[in-house]
Design a protein around this ligand. Structure first.
Ligand SMILES: Cc1ncc(COP(=O)(O)O)c(C=O)c1O
Length: 380
């Protein structure tokens, strides 16, 4: 067998007719920048996430930068970020000349440890914002985080780049319990349409969502060099627009997103059943299948991770390490003076985690073959 992490070409072929038509429509419209397809896709995201404003931008990284910029984060400000995430979460803060304050993980689910967040809010000055990352597609406990944000007057910028369609339960004063989508709860939510994301384009793309009219207006200006109207610049912005061809492709794929996310959950459930049946609890850690999780990645944890990765590769099974080095130990952040041992749970996870194939089109036979290859490695 030869099993990739994701079969992006297979996904394209399954919906080729619709995708090709959408691309042709853009080519024939001549509206290649900010055309009607961009606005249409934004409107569909507004409906999907139940938010007031969706603003297409060039990437998930830019979605973070534009959010921070629009909220006025700058020199002297500190922003709490998890250390166990993709680099862009923290580099966006540094690009604003603000300072990232790294937080360790909750060892149960790899999301940021909210006890540590609370402690930092209590003890450190100048914290202006928190960027929770819904890592691997599992939502952070936004109820608790929004309560902390209210108590300490900080902004929340959700990094939902890995979590489009993920859901969580919340309560409010008016409604006892309701379901919300990841990214739709904080001051802003940031999404990436990098090809391997659950909703991925054929190139880079991103989106900021918000319910704040003023913030939306500012982000809309920032993505076009700070201009409004065109050629009149009251602020300095960026060139960061969602490409029209990508928007048209993503709009087609959005129809399939819930189905694909559900299939990813089913893939995860089959892995879990197989590991459970082999009674490996003491040797292997696997993720819980909770209802709102969209399994952007299916990540296991094991001693001898690198050997297992080789063993899987030798058996035709792709795998990947997200992430091999926590951000607080990255060379570019050396001036922040973190050292090994400062955030030990994330450091430990970086040595033990391994992502297995999670393509929604994996067959039961393939999933069981992958799980069995892991089990054979452990029982060898
Ligand atoms: C958690 C997280 N944040 C930010 C990004 C940045 O997104 P992009 O690659 O679209 O710039 C990504 C994806 O790559 C991500 O996984």
């Amino acid at each position: 067998m030869n099993i990739p992490m994701l079969d992006l070409v297979g996904q394209y072929k399954a919906i080729k007719k619709e995708i090709d038509q959408a691309i042709t429509d853009v080519l024939e419209s001549g509206a290649y920048i900010m055309g009607p397809q961009v606005r249409q896709f934004e409107e569909h995201i507004e409906e999907f996430l139940q938010v007031e404003h969706a603003i297409g931008v060039a990437s998930g990284s830019d979605a973070l930068v534009l959010s921070l910029h629009a909220l006025g984060i700058g020199p002297g400000d500190k922003v709490i970020v998890p250390t166990f995430t993709f680099f862009a979460t923290a580099s966006a803060v540094s690009r604003m000349d603000a300072t990232p304050v790294f937080v360790d993980i909750d060892p149960e689910n790899y999301n940021l440890d909210l006890d540590q967040v609370e402690n930092i809010l209590k003890t450190q000055q100048d914290i202006k914002a928190i960027i929770p990352v819904h890592l691997f597609g599992l939502p952070v406990d936004m109820q608790r985080l929004m309560d902390l944000a209210e108590d300490y007057h900080v902004y929340i910028i959700e990094d939902a780049c890995q979590a489009i369609g993920a859901e969580l339960s919340l309560t409010s004063d008016e409604v006892s319990s309701f379901t919300a989508k990841a990214g739709a709860i904080g001051n802003s939510g940031c999404f990436s349409f990098f090809p391997s994301k659950n909703l991925g384009g054929f190139g880079d793309g991103g989106m900021v969502v918000t319910n704040d009219d003023h913030l939306a207006e500012k982000i809309r200006m920032l993505r076009v060099h700070g201009s409004k109207p065109k050629y009149y610049h009251s602020i300095i912005g960026y060139n960061s627009r969602l490409d029209a061809i990508q928007a048209a492709i993503l709009d087609v794929k959005l129809h399939y997103l819930n189905e694909w996310n559900q299939k990813r959950r089913q893939v995860a459930a089959v892995y879990n059943e197989t590991f459970q049946a082999a009674a490996l609890q003491n040797r292997l850690k696997w993720p819980q299948v909770v209802p709102g999780h969209i399994f952007h990645q299916y990540v296991i944890e094991i001693d001898g991770r690198d050997e297992l990765a080789e063993h899987l590769k030798a058996n035709g099974i792709a795998n990947a390490v997200y992430y091999p080095l926590p951000l607080h130990l990255q060379e570019c952040f050396a001036d922040l003076n973190y050292k090994e041992g400062d955030l030990p749970r994330a450091e430990q996870a970086c040595k033990r985690v391994l992502a297995l194939p999670i393509d929604p089109g994996l067959t039961e036979e393939q999933i069981k073959y992958i799980a069995k290859t892991v089990i054979d490695f452990i029982q060898r």
